[in-house]
Design a binder for this molecule. Structure first.
Ligand code: AMP
Ligand code: ZN
Ligand code: FE
Ligand code: FE
Length: 285
């Protein structure tokens, strides 16, 4: 069953993180910030978790703004990390739930292992990281970064990512994740609508190869997030052309992480028409 047609309130921000993953605000507080920032619709897209949906939806109806349930699924192709946004899916779909649990378990093992290696050279414990991680949250490098800040090894998350947490630091470990193609299939299989997140953060040449992008479209990719602060100008131009040729929906979003990143709610937005096109493809209501 498609969702009943709805006229979404603008402005619309389709990509935010709460403390259920690596944002700094609990879901309800994030929604209140979104309303205070003047947004009409906000999606919660925590990494590999839907645990914030209920609190966020309740807060949104209390604030009089529209809520879009979402996720940012970790996927990987070879050595390349690819983020797949998903909207309007069944949060109890057995396959998607199982894969998210597997990724969250891998996140924890990987973070503990990175911390053990950093701890050989710096004062840092796993308990330091847990102190910055909400119970049950999808743990990641941002939580390690917060612990490094508290220990005084770096000034902020950005410095941590440029130094100890950088893929070439010697402390980095890759994260287990399904392929982007499997991610698209999982989200579609759960009745949802997949949108490729920030596909061009390292330029036109960093975008997935065109034949692979086309296979994602074939599998049900519905859109691409073009208006995102980290997409480069040449990457955006290429993606806009690809989206037009494949009739994909184009979205724009903040990727807000609370105090964890400079990204501001509503700094990029999605048109109501684009969101209507996405919602019209959902088969779980
Ligand atoms: P991980 O999932 O553990 O590989 O960490 C990636 C996450 O860290 C993504 O959600 C990013 O939003 C976040 N991130 C990446 N670079 C930075 C940065 N410079 N400052 C803060 N957060 C970052
Ligand atoms: Zn994040
Ligand atoms: Fe992302
Ligand atoms: Fe994100």
């Amino acid at each position: 069953m498609p969702l009943p047609q709805q006229h979404w309130r603008a402005p619309i921000d389709l990509h935010t993180h709460s403390s259920v993953s690596d944002g700094t605000q609990p879901p309800a507080e994030l929604i209140r910030s979104a309303a205070a920032a003047g947004l009409g619709t906000v999606a919660l897209t925590d990494h590999d978790s839907t645990a914030g949906w209920a609190d966020a939806a309740a807060a949104a109806s209390g604030c009089g703004i529209d809520f879009v349930p979402g996720i940012e699924l970790s996927t990987r192709l070879g050595g390349k990390s690819v983020h797949m946004l998903g909207y309007f899916f069944d949060p109890e779909d057995a396959e998607l739930v199982a894969e998210c649990e597997r990724i969250r378990d891998a996140r924890r093992t990987r973070a503990e292992s990175m911390v053990a290696r950093i701890a050989e050279d710096y004062d840092l414990t796993w308990e330091d990281v847990l102190a910055h991680t909400a119970p049950g949250a999808s743990v990641g490098r941002p939580h390690i970064a917060d612990a490094l800040v508290t220990r005084g090894h770096v000034l902020d998350r950005s410095e941590a990512f440029e130094t100890l947490l950088h893929p070439r630091s010697g402390y980095f470990e890759p994260l287990y994740a399904p392929t982007p193609l499997a991610g698209v299939a999982l989200i579609r299989g759960a009745g949802g609508v997949p949108v490729l997140a920030h596909p061009a953060t390292r330029g036109r040449d960093s975008v997935l190869e065109e034949h692979y992008l086309a296979s994602l479209v074939e599998a049900g990719l519905a859109g691409v997030e073009i208006d995102h602060r980290e997409n480069t100008a040449d990457g955006r131009a290429y993606l806009a052309d690809f989206a037009a040729r494949h009739d994909l929906v184009v979205t724009g979003s903040s990727d807000y992480h609370g105090a964890g990143k400079p990204n501001l709610l509503g700094e990029n937005t999605t048109s109501p028409e684009a969101l209507e096109r996405l919602a019209a493809q959902a088969t779980f209501a």
